[in-house]
Structure formats: C-alpha cells, structure tokens
Design a protein around this ligand. Structure first.
Ligand SMILES: *[C@@H]1O[C@H](CO)[C@@H](O)[C@H](O)[C@H]1NC(C)=O
Ligand SMILES: *[C@@H]1O[C@H](CO)[C@@H](O)[C@H](O)[C@H]1NC(C)=O
Ligand SMILES: *[C@@H]1O[C@H](CO)[C@@H](O)[C@H](O)[C@H]1NC(C)=O
Ligand SMILES: *[C@@H]1O[C@H](CO)[C@@H](O)[C@H](O)[C@H]1NC(C)=O
Length: 193
C-alpha cells in the first residue's frame, strides 16, 4: 500500500514537473490556424544607474517633459529578462527589448514598442512584435501583437499584461504577460516568379 502511494505520488510529481516545464508556451490547431499562447513574466529593473542590474535607461526628454504633469515626451529604452515563472531566477525564455514613450498630454499614457526575442524551446530565435497604447492606471493592459519572424511570420494577436509585483524603493517591477497569436503557414501562397 505504502509503495503504491509513493509510486503514485512520484508519477503525479513527474506530471506536474512536465506541465510546469512547458506551460509558458502552448499551441493548439484550429482548422488551418495555429494559435499560440505565451504566459511569462517580464522583469523591469528601473532603479537607475546606481544599480548594476538596471535594465531600463532614459533616452530622451522633450522640451516640455520637465513641466508636464504626465511626463510627456520622455522615452525609456529597455532590455528585460523574460522568465517562465515569476521568480527572476527561473528559466529565461526570452528577452524583450524596446522603447516606452510617454505619449499622453492629459493622462499617463505610454506608446510601447516591444520586441520579444525567444531564447528557449521550439520557437528559439523567433521574434514577436508588439506595439500600441497603454494607460498606466489600467490594471489590465491590452496591446496589439503586430507580427513576428521565424515561426511567427504574419502572426497577429494581442497581449494582456498586468503588474505582478512592484517595489518602488528599488524600481523593480514584475509584469505578467499573456500573449495570444494566430499564425497561418498557408497564408502566403506565392505562385509568381
Ligand atoms: C539588483 O541589484 C541590487 C543591488 O545590487 C540588489 O539589491 C537587488 O536584489 C537586485 N535585484 C534583482 C531583482 O535581482
Ligand atoms: C529627463 O529629465 C529627468 C528629470 O529632469 C532627468 O532626471 C533625466 O536625466 C532626463 N533624461 C534624459 C535622457 O535627458
Ligand atoms: C537557442 O539558440 C541559440 C543560438 O542562437 C543556442 O545557443 C541555444 O542553445 C538554443 N537554445 C535552445 C533551448 O534551443
Ligand atoms: C502549425 O504548427 C505546426 C508545428 O509547428 C506546423 O508543422 C504546421 O505547419 C503549422 N500549421 C499552420 C497552419 O500554421
């Protein structure tokens, strides 16, 4: 009886480990479409140059940024680690590189340009491009996925993100992302020369 219980527990823990290892990316096929879901965490270290692990740097300010109540015209550049779990030391699955421009004169609005470069798994080295609008005060932010390369040529979809944790003292925030993209491999049928 004891052996059966231990055997069962081992099998269950192996199944859980297998599910955890691959759960950051899943693809289902519907008709001629592949729909891929990503679920991962972006680590934004915005503590400034005094921290050696900073991943976000200011690129520019506009002439009105210093007097703008909404930081209008300020642009940040970043290169953030993306991991399968919320812990920064969990498996790196991508880097995300891009810019965030404060684009609202009346509200804290950001025009985001983010490029996910996948570094793990079956889609290693494919990219996903995201560009669009976020209102900083929104709890859930939705931004269009505008395309991709490699396995994600002609992809489209959307990304939902929310703040998983934030530490204002060190400027460290963890953002949880769920990205859904559709890609058809049969969409370009080039028959010309
Ligand atoms: C970043 O570096 C600081 C200072 O070296 C350290 O205290 C902090 O834990 C680091 N942050 C992360 C998320 O690793
Ligand atoms: C933008 O302005 C802020 C506030 O004055 C300043 O701390 C920052 O260094 C400036 N950044 C750039 C890139 O000029
Ligand atoms: C991903 O590709 C890089 C080369 O760009 C290679 O070094 C690495 O081993 C690959 N990783 C996986 C998990 O396939
Ligand atoms: C779906 O993905 C599979 C595995 O990567 C691939 O072989 C197939 O061509 C894809 N199908 C479509 C319609 O994109």
């Amino acid at each position: 009886m004891k052996n059966i219980t231990i055997g069962l527990m081992l099998r269950i823990s192996c199944l859980l480990a297998a599910a955890a290892a691959s759960s950051w990316v899943q693809t289902i096929t519907k008709g001629n479409k592949n729909i891929t879901k990503f679920h991962f965490y972006v680590h934004n270290l915005d503590g400034g140059p005094k921290f050696p692990n900073t991943t976000v740097y200011g690129i520019a300010n506009a002439s009105i940024t210093s007097t703008s109540p909404t930081n209008f015209g300020h642009i940040d550049g970043f290169d953030d680690r993306v991991t399968a779990e919320a812990d920064i030391n969990s498996e790196q699955v991508a880097r995300v590189q891009g810019t965030a421009a404060y684009a609202g004169l009346q509200a804290f609005v950001i025009a985001l340009n983010m490029n996910f470069y996948i570094t793990s798994g079956e889609f290693n080295r494919s990219t996903l491009g995201m560009a669009g609008h976020i209102t900083a005060a929104d709890r859930l932010r939705e931004v269009p996925m505008i395309g991709g390369t490699g396995a994600f040529r002609l992809a489209r979809g959307y990304a939902d993100s929310s703040i998983y944790s934030i530490d204002l003292a060190t400027g460290y925030s963890v953002l949880e992302y769920k990205i859904y993209v559709i890609a058809h491999s049969d969409e370009v049928v080039w028959t010309g020369a």
